[in-house]
Design a protein around this ligand. Structure first.
Ligand SMILES: *Cc1c(COP(=O)(O)O)cnc(C)c1O
Length: 440
């Protein structure tokens, strides 16, 4: 039945409405077969119970629901530790609706810090790679900041090349946005290298350019993986002023919750802390949204306490292991080439590059020669017929000769681990059949 787009004049029985809505919902892709999404689709029973108990508690009613505010502060402290706050730091943090809101706020704060120092009325600019999530470009557009986009390609390892900052940074640059675990290929920008470049630039030109780290996925992966002992990416780097992550991605919290931490409250200009007094007590917070259920915050806190460091390490390593093995298996067929680097781990390359549990792949060069007319988009469509949603997208001009690279992406989550195995076999069958067809 199609949803009714007008308000019925009369009431209906709950059962009737419930049944008709349920009939519609069951036709969606089964969440555990939605292989493209990063957002948590499996919630334990205690989490569901806590969500039901806190769904009606508005985060904005801080006086009435002090428990929600306390859980929020506890999560912020936990993240400050995971992201290696320094002894001289006193981080200030927020729960947001997700990384998108967090990124807007991080940008606004940077812009205001810049405004306080700038003279004249020049338009500020912000620097990010073409591998940044669309919400960074949104920030620039919505808040009238000139976007200076650094092209990323296979040649730069799908990450931002610090040398390309040359000539793009000036006294009107509010900051550089870097990504820890990109949406497109799962790679991590070389944050310490960019910081080193900006240190050098500061010595030469005096420009003091801050870094924001969009760790939407990586913020909950790197602290719990082997990358923990790798290069610093977080508050260990003095130039990193703020970091965001999505609790509802690898934080395993129910959607929607994001986290944004600044190293120091002084980085959030006071004129952004607007006061409101229409709920009990007066509150000054720096957010875009006001009313929001506290349920996802409670779910995040539960996960932290239940899983602990041990549990997060176990889960994250299982997800990465699955990404390694699926990536390797796909490459072993000879049909595919993986852009994501998670699978390199079991290729014995020694230093495992930091990454997140995704498998992003395209046709191998050999296969393209065998089946020149094969289409990755068609493969994605055929997978959907089998009930698996696997996004297909085009990385514009990311190829070694400036050509586009078409890819499919599978995100490994707790409840997709088995499904991804089934899906990969299915993928290989579909692709194998195209070879036969094109040979006929
Ligand atoms: C998912 C994602 C975002 C947006 O986060 P939401 O939590 O969906 O708002 C931003 N940046 C990156 C790198 C992401 O993967």
């Amino acid at each position: 039945m199609q949803p009714q787009d007008h308000l019925p004049s009369r009431s209906s029985s709950p059962d009737r409405v419930l049944t008709s809505i349920e009939e519609s919902l069951v036709k969606d892709v089964v969440p555990c077969r939605n292989l493209g999404s990063f957002v948590t689709t499996l919630h334990s029973e205690p989490v569901c119970k806590l969500v039901a108990q806190s769904l009606h508690k508005n985060q904005a009613c801080m006086e009435e629901y002090p428990s929600i505010s306390k859980f929020k502060q506890a999560c912020i402290s936990i993240l400050a530790d995971l992201w290696n706050k320094q002894s001289s730091d006193s981080p200030y943090g927020l729960a947001t609706t997700g990384s998108s809101e967090a990124i807007q706020l991080a940008g606004v704060a940077m812009r205001n810090v810049w405004m306080a120092k700038s003279v004249g009325n020049r338009r500020p600019n912000v620097i990010f790679g073409s591998n940044a999530h669309v919400c960074v470009a949104k920030f620039a557009q919505y808040f009238d900041v000139e976007p200076r986009v650094i092209p990323v390609s296979s040649g730069s390892g799908y990450t931002l090349d610090p040398l390309l900052l040359h000539g793009r940074v000036d006294q009107h640059t509010i900051g550089v946005f870097l990504t820890l675990g990109t949406t497109y290929t799962g790679h991590c920008d070389p944050i310490s290298d960019v910081a080193a470049y900006l240190d050098k630039l500061q010595c030469e030109s005096g420009f003091d350019i801050p870094i924001h780290v969009d760790a939407a996925s990586g913020g909950f992966v790197l602290p719990f993986s082997a990358a923990h002992d790798g290069p610093a990416w977080d508050f260990r780097i003095p130039r990193v002023v703020s970091i965001n992550a999505s609790g509802h991605k690898f934080g395993f919290a129910p959607s929607t919750v994001g986290w944004l931490l600044w190293r120091d409250p002084g980085l959030v200009p006071e004129n952004l802390m607007l006061e409101s007094s229409y709920l009990r007590g007066s509150q000054s917070e720096f957010t875009l949204s006001f009313s929001r259920s506290g349920a996802s915050v409670v779910g995040q806190y539960y996960n932290f306490q239940h899983l602990g460091l041990e549990g997060y390490r176990r889960k994250i390593s299982q997800l990465l292991e699955t990404a390694y093995s699926i990536g390797s298996q796909l490459e072993d067929t000879g049909y595919f080439h993986c852009l994501s680097n998670a699978h390199n781990h079991c290729r014995g390359c020694g230093n495992q590059p930091p990454g997140i549990p995704v498998v992003v792949f395209t046709f191998s060069e050999t296969f393209k020669k065998q089946a020149p007319s094969a289409s990755l988009a068609d493969v994605g469509d055929r997978m959907l017929e089998q009930g698996f949603a696997i996004p297909h997208y085009r990385l514009q001009t990311w190829g070694s000769e400036g050509e586009d690279i078409e890819v499919l992406r599978m995100v490994i989550r707790e409840d997709t681990r088995d499904q991804v195995r089934i899906a990969s076999r299915c993928l290989v069958d579909i692709v194998a059949s195209t070879v036969v067809v094109s040979n006929e």
